[in-house]
Design a protein around this ligand. Structure first.
Ligand SMILES: C[S@@+](CC[C@H](N)C(=O)[O-])C[C@H]1O[C@@H](n2cnc3c(N)ncnc32)[C@H](O)[C@@H]1O
Length: 177
């Protein structure tokens, strides 16, 4: 009896996990975290832009956000994640880290209003940022805000500059509105 229940529970957890990861992969991108060696670079961009409200669209396990939130106690950070296992991991990580200026939301990023943020960070694959996300950004991002796109370019937005300190660095495409 107990074995049957444990089997069912195990199956449910597997289904929720697979479904969660599949949702993320088919929407913006699968979970591929930002490289830890780039955290400091992203932090410098945030400071240069004098950001007060920062959002990571598809925050994964929130490693980048926890780093940034610790380094910038005066900035409000939000992470949105659609994959339930990653959301739970990120939420727990934030609680354990003790940072108070970071909120993780279990949401589809396409349901979040971007006009509330002055810096928007995204690490999405070209197929997904090309149309739907570009349209959303054009409609919602307020003037003087900044979009930081890690690795991939938004071809239908006016690029302001590219942060790529060495030819081996991954590019961060910067769009100022
Ligand atoms: C390439 S990873 C980036 C993770 C994190 N931003 C980082 O840089 O370390 C993309 C993340 O977006 C999440 N994702 C995909 N589609 C999403 C959606 N529609 N809404 C919220 N999160 C989404 C995925 O589950 C995945 O964790």
């Amino acid at each position: 009896m107990i074995i049957d229940m444990l089997e069912t529970l195990f199956l449910i957890i597997v289904i929720i996990t697979v479904y969660g990861f599949a949702r993320g992969s088919s929407s913006l991108a699968p979970w591929v975290p930002t490289k830890v060696k780039d955290y400091q670079r992203i932090n410098s961009l945030l400071e240069v832009n004098n950001s007060k409200r920062f959002i990571d669209l598809g925050c994964g396990s929130a490693g980048l956000l926890v780093y940034l939130a610790k380094a910038n106690p005066g900035v409000k950070f939000v992470g949105v994640e659609i994959a339930l296992p990653l959301f739970l991991f990120a939420w727990l990580r934030v609680k354990l880290s003790g940072v108070k200026n970071l909120t993780i939301l279990y949401h589809d990023l396409f349901n979040v209003n971007l006009s509330d943020f002055d810096t928007i960070f995204v690490y999405g694959y070209p197929r997904s940022i090309k149309q739907r996300l570009t349209e959303k950004i054009k409609q919602e991002v307020k003037s003087s805000s900044v979009l930081l796109s890690y690795v991939f370019k938004f071809h239908n937005l006016n690029l302001s500059t590219v942060d790529r300190p060495t030819p081996n660095s991954l590019p961060i495409y910067i769009y100022k509105f």
